[in-house]
Design a protein around this ligand. Structure first.
Ligand SMILES: [Zn+2]
Length: 234
């Protein structure tokens, strides 16, 4: 037990929800949570399978990814998470998976078109897919550059990380985030379903049309924003 025990438990539970929801196998994927007051990120250790993962294995690093508490090495993707936390200041947790349908779209280098209201409940635009990383970026500080690939794409396309909490990194796979770890995990689950539904839609009708703007806005706004009325009041 120490000052990070509760944070570790939260991150452990979130990581274990990844295989439980069929979003990754073996050691793939990782969940992290940032504690901005203390300036620390807690994340899954590198190369540890979900079957063997224990709460005390969760690694605590500072915002520059130096380990400050824990006996194992942090996930190799820690620097990607850190770039996103440093850039998107309202993000409280990040999930990275290799969920099958998301990866299929990422490998095809295709943003996921907004075909229906399930998608519109989360965002009013296509799920972004970054281009493949350049050789320069891949041969540089790869994991930091993976984060920069996302950040640059959001800047170039004027996307707001508070409104679009999910992205596909081209040739790789999905990253999702949220203000809370529950939201970040829910977004990872939802994104895989959105990817699966879009795949099936195109199988049935390769010419399927995007959702009309009026329906996109209706679904998004009834769940988000000042006049939201979906669910129960807090
Ligand atoms: Zn990955």
């Amino acid at each position: 037990m120490n000052e990070f025990t509760a944070l570790r438990r939260e991150v452990y539970d979130a990581n274990m929800s990844i295989p439980r929801n069929d979003l990754a196998v073996l050691t793939w994927g990782n969940v992290s949570v940032v504690d901005r007051e203390r300036g620390v990120i807690a994340i899954k250790p590198s190369g540890v399978s979900y079957e063997r993962l224990r709460p005390e294995d969760i690694v605590v690093v500072d915002m520059d990814c130096t380990v400050i508490d824990g006996t194992l090495r942090p996930s190799s993707d820690t620097k990607t998470h850190a770039v996103l936390y440093r850039t998107f200041e309202d993000v409280g947790a990040i999930v990275h998976t290799h969920a099958t349908y998301c990866v299929a779209w990422a490998q095809a280098l295709r943003p996921i078109p907004i075909f229906g209201t399930t998608h519109a409940d989360h965002t009013t635009v296509d799920i972004p897919c970054t281009p493949p990383m350049s050789a320069e970026r891949i041969n540089g500080d790869y994991e930091t550059e993976t984060g920069m690939q996302i950040v640059d794409y959001f800047r170039e396309h004027a996307l707001d990380a508070a409104e679009v909490e999910m992205v596909l990194v081209g040739c790789h796979g999905p990253f999702t985030w949220g203000a809370s770890v529950q939201k970040a995990v829910a977004n990872a689950i939802a994104l895989e379903e959105i990817a699966r539904m879009a795949t099936l839609t195109l199988q049935i009708d390769p010419e399927a049309k995007r959702l009309p703007r009026v329906l996109r806005n209706k679904h998004y706004e009834r769940k988000h924003g000042g006049n939201a009325y979906y669910g129960q009041p807090e």
